[in-house]
Write a protein that binds this ligand. Structure first.
Ligand code: ADP
Ligand code: MG
Length: 592
């Protein structure tokens, strides 16, 4: 007996849905992309319970005829391409004809659609790929689609979804990807009856401000950026890159190509290369970069849910990108007062005939040769290599130092010595001990913050002027469950509208550290390490605060400060590595 047969459509669709629709956010993406492909200029998104209960997208696009409405839910049914070669000249977001049938296989869909030329529209209801009803209806021109009870018939998928918090963040991320690249489209987004975003028609810059600028001072947000613009035969690049001193750990980094969000690690590297030497610590710049390129020079035909895009001339684009960003940053450097709002115009110092022109003096060391082999050996980088993460180095020497060994054996009346404003050198029974000052302080402060988090003190230092901290909706979701811990530490935070907090008090340990930066970094590290209420927030909060408030590299220390630091450090039960595993101290054997 022959046993190979075709799968029923409903089953095939459910399998396809596993690929295309993984979570509410992927469903939202497909629906909104359909609206954009239909030429909508206004798109309204309504969500309940992070999209689990309802995802509704209402557009004013072209709409569909009654037959097309039904056809749209057939597998591989699309109006966007007709033959294989069309794939190379894509001008639409969709083209696979998989989204609607996949969604309808794993949810309860209700769609109303009407074209301009039709008197009445069509109402179609489908659940688990079965048509429940189709009839004429009264409705506005455009399409109004409701996806209810996503994954109602795929319990495994439903169980696999994360908390509402996480799913909502995924939905917002997807929304940003689209809204940032379609500023000419008006968007509204509501969750559980609260309007989170209402974005008017705008240009790219205004759209970025509307999303990330917070309610109070939108234009301030983009004043932290410089404009980038380059037109070449191969590619046009337009956008904004953050000024180096505005770099944070929590940077917003976006690439778009031909109206599509993309991830591109190689181009990211180009951006980072342009900032070489301009960034401090672990910060990275924010950027919003829009590429326009001939559709046949890229390949979007990868995976339905992947956002990587291949370019034919990646190396050339890398070079263009690198040089245009360098150039923009350079312009900004010679003119720090450059006003972002005056597009493209740069203020140059005005030289008049009576401006005295003095001869610049340049001091040259005639013996300097950067390529001399001995230079490399003496350069600080060699010294730094002692402090590379312990995992990449043999630890034998570290193992030589038992934790309890040093404190008892520091010689009486010892004198510290600071080297390169980075290392504290001091004697030890095993040899010359070198301690990295920033890491040592991070390790000490970490323990202090950890203790404060475990035994809330609520001891707060009042700020003379409360500071406003504006957050994205995304950040609001992360900070919400942290509030108790933060208050226990001494942060006094009050909700200010729906996307901002006012900070009126901070933990005394914070010192001169900017509280807004400290809190944003906490949000970032909690997000990065995927901390949850159950797992606890102590580690990411304590680590982030310790890193932000510790003595930086480059700070000159007095002998007393150094001694204090060393003594506090070696009094800790573990002091050889920072809480994130970086080497704090090394002992150099000097028995020659
Ligand atoms: P694709 O977008 O890849 O073509 P979909 O399954 O997402 O596949 O949609 C199938 C077809 O349904 C589309 O090609 C389009 O013709 C039609 N369609 C879907 N959504 C809309 C909408 N909001 N407005 C008008 N037409 C739509
Ligand atoms: Mg589609």
């Amino acid at each position: 007996m022959d046993v190979v047969r075709l799968l029923p459509d409903a089953v095939a669709n459910q399998i396809a849905a596993g690929e295309v629709i993984q979570r509410p956010a992927s469903c939202l993406k497909e629906l909104v992309e359909n609206s954009l492909d239909a030429g909508a200029t206004r798109i309204e998104i309504l969500m309940l319970d992070a999209g689990r209960t309802l995802l509704q997208v209402i557009d004013n696009g072209r709409g569909m005829s009654d037959t097309d409405t039904r056809m749209a839910f057939e597998r591989h049914a699309t109006s966007k391409i007709q033959e294989a070669k069309d794939l190379y000249t894509l001008h639409t977001m969709g083209f696979r004809g998989e989204a609607l049938p996949s969604i309808a296989a794993v949810s309860h869909v209700e769609i109303m659609s009407r074209r301009q030329e039709d008197e009445v529209g069509t109402l179609l209801e489908i659940a688990g790929s079965q048509v429940i009803r189709q009839e004429a209806c009264q409705c506005a021109v455009g399409t109004n689609i409701k996806v209810k009870d996503l994954f109602y018939n795929v319990p495994a998928r439903r169980k696999f979804l994360k908390t509402d918090q996480t799913e909502l963040r995924n939905l917002l991320t997807e929304f940003y990807h689209i809204a940032l690249v379609y500023p000419q489209v008006q968007f509204t987004l509501a969750h559980n009856d609260e309007i989170l975003y209402s974005l008017p028609i705008a240009n790219e810059k205004q759209r970025i401000e509307a999303i990330f600028g917070g309610a109070a001072n939108r234009t301030l947000y983009t004043s932290r950026f410089v404009e980038v613009k380059s037109e070449t035969e191969l590619v046009n690049i337009y956008g904004f890159v953050g000024k180096p001193e505005e770099a944070t750990k929590n940077a917003q980094q976006y690439f778009f190509v031909n109206g599509r969000y993309m991830r591109h690690p190689y181009f990211h590297k180009a951006v980072m290369t342009a900032y070489a030497g301009l960034l401090s610590g672990e910060t990275t710049p924010s950027y919003f970069l829009y590429f326009t390129i001939a559709p046949d020079a890229i390949d979007v035909n990868v995976h339905p849910t992947k956002t990587e895009i291949k370019f034919a001339d990646e190396q050339l684009i890398f070079q263009i990108l690198l040089s245009v960003i360098r150039e923009s940053l350079g312009k900004f450097n010679i003119s720090p007062s450059l006003d972002f709002n005056r597009e493209g115009e740069i203020e140059m110092p005005v030289l008049t005939s009576d401006t005295p022109i003095s001869q610049p003096t340049v001091m040259v060391d005639p013996n300097y040769n950067p390529f001399h082999p001995n230079r490399a050996a003496k350069a600080p980088s060699h010294w730094d290599s002692l402090y590379t993460p312990s995992s990449s180095r043999p630890t034998s020497q570290q193992e030589l130092i038992p934790d309890a060994f040093l404190p008892s054996l520091l010689p009486e009346g010892w004198k510290p010595y600071q080297y390169q404003e980075k290392y504290i050198l001091c004697p030890s029974p095993l040899g010359l001990m070198a301690i990295e000052q920033h890491r040592a302080h991070v390790t000490i402060l970490y323990e202090q913050y950890k203790a404060m988090l475990q035994h809330p003190t609520f001891a707060s230092q009042q700020l003379l002027f409360p500071e406003a901290m504006e957050l994205t909706m995304d950040d609001m979701i992360v900070i919400e469950p942290l509030l108790d811990s933060l208050r226990g530490l001494g942060f006094e935070l009050d909700l200010l509208g729906k996307d901002a907090y006012s900070i009126s008090g901070v933990p005394a340990l914070l010192g001169q550290t900017n509280p807004v930066k400290a809190l944003k970094d906490i949000i970032y590290s909690v997000r990065e390490c995927g901390a949850t209420v159950e797992k606890g927030f102590v580690h990411p909060i304590a680590l982030s605060l310790a890193q932000d408030t510790a003595i930086p590299v480059g700070q000159l220390l007095t002998d007393d400060q150094m001694r204090d630091l060393v003594e506090k450090l070696i009094a800790l039960p573990h002091y050889r590595l920072t809480p994130d595993g970086k080497t704090v101290l090394t002992i150099i054997d000097i028995s020659l």
